[in-house]
Design a protein around this ligand. Structure first.
Ligand code: SAM
Length: 214
């Protein structure tokens, strides 16, 4: 099956911009497939796995991002969750930040080829970029374990940002392990959503990191 037909079969019927995501999401996955022949961009490559674990996983919690004017995807890798979210939320601005130059170049070329007008790609360490940025909604998937994420994003959150991080099933243990760092940066960690990916692809959680200080 092609990337487009796998996306057609897994994306929820009520997803905004669903047809656009099937079309552009498939082109994004095709570009990843091609780039993967030259360098290691992702290990998830079969059309079914890529449709579920990359695209569907990125957009399932779209409602939590719907109110934010500007969103920053820290450690976007091949463009997840930033590119699929930018496709389903075209009225919002996305900054896709990646520290490895080769990956950032891939994402910049992909967003240009897909003609996305609401994305900016930055080759930088997210925590350094955030030092100069105005308050923003930070997101990230598989970018750092929660204790490290508190250290990376804590200063930006103290300055008015908020983070929604994609996490897995061990979130309660991770939150406990992050208690010292959360206390140090005066952060509140809460699980906003828990959901299963289809075909036993795993339990996902969305964790909010916000300031304890009003
Ligand atoms: N978010 C993508 C996904 O879920 O498919 C990529 C996940 S990959 C495991 C982590 C990515 O984050 C890598 O591409 C790495 O280079 C990048 N990264 C790690 N720490 C970073 C940081 N502090 N700032 C920017 N990028 C970072």
């Amino acid at each position: 099956m092609s990337f487009a037909s796998e996306l057609e079969s897994v994306l929820p019927p009520d997803l905004p911009e669903r047809d656009r995501l099937i079309h552009l999401g498939a082109r994004h996955l095709e570009r990843i497939d091609e780039a993967n022949r030259h360098f290691n961009l992702t290990r998830i490559v079969t059309p079914r796995d890529a449709a579920i674990k990359h695209v569907l996983d990125s957009v399932l919690p779209w409602r939590f991002f719907a109110g934010a004017a500007a969103i920053l995807d820290a450690g976007t890798g091949a463009g997840f969750p930033g590119i699929p979210l930018a496709i389903v939320l075209p009225g919002q601005q996305f900054t896709l930040v990646e520290s490895i130059g080769k990956k950032a170049r891939f994402v910049a070329e992909a967003t240009e080829a897909l003609e996305l007008t609401n994305t900016t790609v930055v080759n930088a360490r997210a925590e350094e970029y955030l030092r100069e940025a105005p308050p923003i909604l930070i997101t990230g998937r598989a970018v750092a374990p929660l204790p490290k994420a508190c250290d990376l994003f804590g200063p930006a959150i103290r300055a008015g940002s908020r983070a929604l991080l994609y996490k897995g099933r061990d979130i309660d243990t991770e939150i406990e392990a992050a208690t010292p760092e959360a206390r140090k940066h005066k952060l509140k960690l809460s699980v906003l959503a828990r959901y299963e990916l289809p075909e036993s692809s795993g339990l996902r959680t969305l964790v909010q990191m916000s300031s304890h200080v009003p």
